[in-house]
Design a binder for this molecule. Sequence first.
Ligand code: UTP
Length: 313
Amino acid sequence: MVITKAVIPAAGLGTRFLPATKAMPKEMLPVVDKPAIQYVVEEAVGAGLDDVLLITGRNKNALENHFDRATEIETTLQAKGDLEKLRRVMYSTDLADMHYVRQGDPKGLGHAVLRAKKHVGAQPFAVLLGDDIIDGRDVLLTRMIEVAQERGTSVVALLEVDPSQIHLYGAAAVDKTDDDDVVRVRGLVEKPAAEDAPSNLAIIGRYVLQPEVFDVLEHTEPGKGGEIQLTDALQEMAAEADGPGVYGVVFRGRRYDTGDRLDYLKSIVQLAVDREDLGPQLRPWLREFASGLADEPSSGQTIDEPGVGSSQD
Ligand code: UTP
């Protein structure tokens, strides 16, 4: 069973980031100096998946342009002899074999994945959420592909979260296996209240799916939030008595949810302090800044002031 295709849904409205995402997909927000989507495509390619299908929505131009040639910039940099910047510009163009399909209405993650049916065909494939970054120094997708190949099943990525946070995720009921990092998924619940959650194992944005998921998604009814949920389709596959079931790889590395404003800010700091070009200056500044940080903001600015933002969710 060879897996070569990656599907990256990037058609959500990104409402938590308004107004930044009014005219630009949230997957294009820079994390240090690269858009989030480039980290995700690099991860897919690193796991051997260089056929990449992006599921896009309105404002898709920025995404397509990012993985296309930028001849004006290239010519200018070439003329200046700035080969390092030229390399950085051209890197994303040659990274993968990129394909695009539009979702139309953003009716949920399950609906977005179903749009990949024609491109993927009857092969197992990976899904990487376009706003979820896995640190390049930690291994996840390669391990998930290995487990999917060994067991012939669909595989989700699971992360242990604080119980107070589980309502933000899909939660999994699991049984142990002989592998320390692998569990069998008995059931999945999308965004449960803490008291209803079957565990504190949260589904994060990486999946390796068998093509049967498309048949299930065809009849999956809208669930939580009125959206067609991938979690609901996987729950059906996990519950099938005669099917191969669904397994989970428990990830213990670093993951950044760039679709969430606080996590986005943290991810930039965490990635930048380890960078050779920025870290040496950022680290001492950060230490000094943190040592003088009071619990309350000193300016007295409230979030409702113009220019500060007004949304708390
Ligand atoms: P999210 O639920 O985080 O995205 O979906 P969102 O709806 O854009 O976020 P907010 O809450 O409004 O800020 C996770 C991933 O699935 C994609 C998103 O682009 C994101 O990468 N997605 C979500 C789709 O492609 N289509 C959808 O209909 C929903």
